[in-house]
Write a protein that binds this ligand. Structure first.
Ligand code: ADP
Ligand code: F6P
Length: 330
């Protein structure tokens, strides 16, 4: 017979993302509404191993839905990648009467959840990352806010770039994934986009494009560079030397990970948080919640981790098409 879930834990792990608080709130309030107790585990798996575990009541998640970051804190924890660390984590769950855990994070955090599930602690993962790089879902908590933050910042850089007739390289987050760069490339009308998934290191082509677009009358040239490619400052120096056009680099950095979550991030995080609790309540374990093809869904973690995702060719092509200029020299 399935064990009855009386107490669940919730933790946030890996990089924080706007909307994580909305997810925590939904987990706590749904569980309490279902007669399940909740314990907040601070600082991800590290906090679990350190037994930084607190009771969470409905009032403890009041007034957090609009706040960026995560009230539980987050961390990366090497010890949890070891068999001993995982066994210790499962033993601590038992010590605190935790029957199931909701883990909000990315692929790495799901592997930790999978380990706990194998050790008898029911686990459900929620996709929390600004990078949008989780294959089993079309949406990840935090992406919408982050991409809007980056877009607004890029608009501002574009204004001054046009005024000074400069070329600007703007580096956005995404160590392994270019989704923020692709979306900003289209939403900001950038002339060039450099994505880790697509980069062929052909800087000469980039330089030719800058010279050509200046010849055709563009007063600015915006290049969105994903963090995974990086080196924006040295790239700017080389481009300025090769084109004779003043070139500046702006690295947007961690501002993209903070700030108040968008309506979309609050809404989706709330639904996913509630779904995670109901999955646990129904005896499910080792699953991740996602949003695919217009529906909230859930997958086995193993299956989810085997899925792959890459930048859509057509969308990338469109980003190129939309920066085209009339072939008439200024
Ligand atoms: P994300 O969850 O955003 O992908 P990380 O890859 O940094 O972020 O993973 C977050 C944490 O999840 C790690 O610090 C570690 O504690 C845990 N984790 C990652 N990989 C594994 C693994 N293979 N086994 C167990 N735990 C893992
Ligand atoms: O949250 C995702 C992400 O922002 C990546 O784009 C980035 O590479 C990484 O986190 C950096 O995080 P940190 O500097 O905290 O390790």
């Amino acid at each position: 017979m399935e064990k009855e879930i009386r107490t669940i834990g919730v933790l946030t792990s890996g990089g924080d993302a706007p909307g994580m608080n909305a997810a925590i709130r939904a987990v706590v309030r749904t569980a309490i509404a279902r007669g399940i107790k909740v314990k907040g585990i601070k600082k991800g798996y590290q906090g679990l191993l350190n037994e930084e575990i607190v009771d969470l009541e409905a009032k403890d998640v009041s007034d957090i839905i609009q706040r960026g970051g995560t009230i539980l804190g987050t961390a990366r924890c090497m010890e949890f990648k070891t068999k001993e660390g995982q066994q210790k984590g499962a033993d601590i769950c038992r010590k605190y009467g935790i029957d199931g855990i909701v883990v909000i994070g990315g692929d790495g955090s799901y592997r930790g959840a999978q380990a706990l599930s194998r050790l008898g602690i029911n686990t459900i993962g929620l996709p929390g990352t600004i990078d949008l790089d989780i294959a089993c879902t079309d949406y990840t908590i935090g992406f919408d806010t982050a991409v809007n933050t980056a877009m607004q910042a890029i608009d501002k850089v574009k204004d001054t770039s046009s005024s000074h007739e400069r070329c600007s390289i703007i580096e956005v987050m995404g160590r392994d994934a270019g989704y923020i760069a692709l979306w900003c490339g289209i939403a900001n009308g950038a002339e060039d986009i450099l994505l880790p998934e697509k980069y062929d290191y052909n800087e000469q082509e980039l330089i030719n494009n800058i010279i050509r677009s200046r010849r055709l009358g563009k007063t600015h040239h915006i290049i969105i560079n994903a963090e995974g490619i990086g080196h924006s400052v040295s790239m700017a120096r080389r481009i300025e030397a090769a084109t004779g056009i003043e070139t500046r680099a702006t690295i947007l950095g961690y501002m993209q990970r903070g700030g108040e979550p968008s309506a979309k991030d609050r809404y989706y995080a709330s639904i996913m948080g509630a779904n995670a609790v109901d999955l646990l309540r129904n005896g499910k374990t080792n699953r991740v919640v996602g949003y695919k093809d217009g529906k909230f869904v859930d997958f086995d973690i193993e299956e989810a981790l085997q899925m792959t995702k890459t930048v859509d060719e057509r969308e990338f092509e469109i980003s190129r098409l939309l920066s085209v200029m009339d072939e008439k020299e200024r």
